[in-house]
Design a protein around this ligand. Structure first.
Ligand SMILES: NC(=O)C1=CN([C@@H]2O[C@H](COP(=O)(O)OP(=O)(O)OC[C@H]3O[C@@H](n4cnc5c(N)ncnc54)[C@H](O)[C@@H]3O)[C@@H](O)[C@H]2O)C=CC1
Ligand SMILES: O=C(O)[C@@H]1CCC=N1
Length: 268
C-alpha cells in the first residue's frame, strides 16, 4: 500500500483520515500528517487514528500521494516547504477551496494533480465530492483517485471551473443544513419540546425527505405539493418562507459562496 502525506491536519484532513481508516481503504500506518506549527493537533490525530507524524521533511520524497489540506491562503507557504523534497512521481490531491490546479503546478511542478471538493460527511462515508484532473493524470491513476473518493461517499467528475459551484453547493452545503437545524431546534425549544425530541424528529424528517428524493422519480416541487394541503399548516409555513424571501436568501447564499471561491482562486 502506498504512503500518503496530509499537508495540513485540520478538520477536512481528519474527515478524510477517519473515513479512509474506518472504511479500511488505507491502513493508518501508511498515513503521515504534518502541520505548520500545531504539534498538539498532530499528537491528537496520532492518538485517535494511529497515523504517523512526519518528523523529517526529507521523508516527503518517499510519498506516493500528497494531500494538500491547508487553508487556501496558507498553501503558498506549504508548497515552498515541500517543493525541494517532493519526488517527480509523487501524485497530488488538493482539497483547497478555490485554488486552481495551475497554481499548484506553479508551486510544485507539473505532475498528476486531482482537485477535489469533498465535504465533512467523508467522516462517515457520506461525502458528496466533485473532482477535476490535470492532463498528467492517466486513466489508471484516475481510477485510483476515484476509488479513494468513492470510499468516502459519492464522487462526480466536473470541469475544473465548475468546482467553484460544487464548493458552494456541496462543499459548504453541510453548514447551511446545520444552520437550518440550529434554527429548527431553537424554535422547537420555544414550543417546550426537549432538544432530544426535536433532534430525533428533525433528523428523521431530513433523512426521510432526502431518501424520498433519491428513491423516487418525483421532483422536489411535486413532493412539496404532496405535503401542502390547501388551507393547511404547510401552506401557512410556505407563505411565511415566501414573504421572508426564502428563495432569494438561498440564491444569495450559494452565489456568495461561489463568488468567494472565485476570489480565493485569485489569491484574495
Ligand atoms: N472544512 C470543510 O468542510 C472543508 C474544507 N475544505 C478545504 O480544506 C482545506 C482545509 O480546511 P479545514 O480542514 O477546514 O481547515 P483547518 O484550519 O481546520 O486546517 C488547516 C490546517 O492546515 C495547517 N497548516 C497551515 N499552514 C500550513 C503549512 N504551511 N504547512 C502545513 N500545514 C499547514 C493548519 O495548522 C491547520 O491544521 C481548506 O483549503 C478548505 O477550503 C474543502 C471541503 C470542505
Ligand atoms: O468554508 C470553506 O471555505 C470550506 C470550503 C467548503 C467548505 N468549507
Amino acid at each position: 500500500m502506498q504512503k500518503i502525506l496530509f499537508v495540513g491536519a485540520g478538520s477536512m484532513a481528519e474527515a478524510l483520515i477517519h473515513g479512509w481508516v474506518e472504511q479500511k481503504v488505507i491502513p493508518s500506518q501508511n498515513i503521515y500528517i504534518t502541520n505548520r506549527s500545531n504539534h498538539e493537533r498532530l499528537v491528537k490525530l496520532n492518538e485517535s487514528y494511529s497515523v504517523n507524524i512526519l518528523e523529517d521533511n526529507a521523508f516527503i520524497s518517499e510519498m506516493d500521494l500528497i494531500i494538500l489540506a491547508t487553508k487556501p491562503k496558507d498553501i503558498f507557504h506549504a508548497m515552498e516547504r515541500i517543493q525541494p523534497f517532493i519526488s517527480p512521481n509523487t501524485a497530488v490531491l488538493s482539497v483547497l477551496a478555490g485554488i486552481p490546479i495551475n497554481t499548484i503546478e506553479e508551486g510544485i511542478g507539473k505532475r498528476p494533480i486531482a482537485r477535489v471538493m469533498p465535504n465533512t460527511s467523508a467522516t462517515i462515508g457520506m461525502s458528496a465530492s466533485g473532482i477535476a484532473f490535470n492532463a498528467q493524470v492517466d486513466d489508471y491513476q484516475k481510477v485510483l483517485y476515484l476509488q479513494l473518493l468513492k470510499a468516502i461517499g459519492i464522487v462526480i467528475e466536473v470541469e475544473e471551473d465548475k468546482l467553484h459551484a460544487v464548493t458552494a453547493l456541496s462543499g459548504s452545503g453541510p453548514a447551511y443544513l446545520y444552520y437550518l437545524m440550529e434554527a429548527w431546534e431553537a424554535v422547537g425549544a420555544e414550543f417546550g419540546l426537549t432538544k432530544e425530541i426535536v433532534r430525533e424528529l428533525m433528523v428523521q424528517t431530513i433523512a426521510g425527505s432526502a431518501a424520498m428524493l433519491q428513491s423516487g422519480n418525483e421532483e422536489p416541487n411535486v413532493l412539496r405539493r404532496k405535503v401542502t394541503s390547501p388551507g393547511g399548516t404547510t401552506e401557512a409555513g410556505i407563505h411565511a418562507l415566501e414573504s421572508n424571501r426564502f428563495n432569494e436568501a438561498i440564491y444569495a447564499c450559494v452565489k456568495s459562496a461561489e463568488a468567494r471561491s472565485r476570489e480565493l482562486a485569485n489569491g484574495q
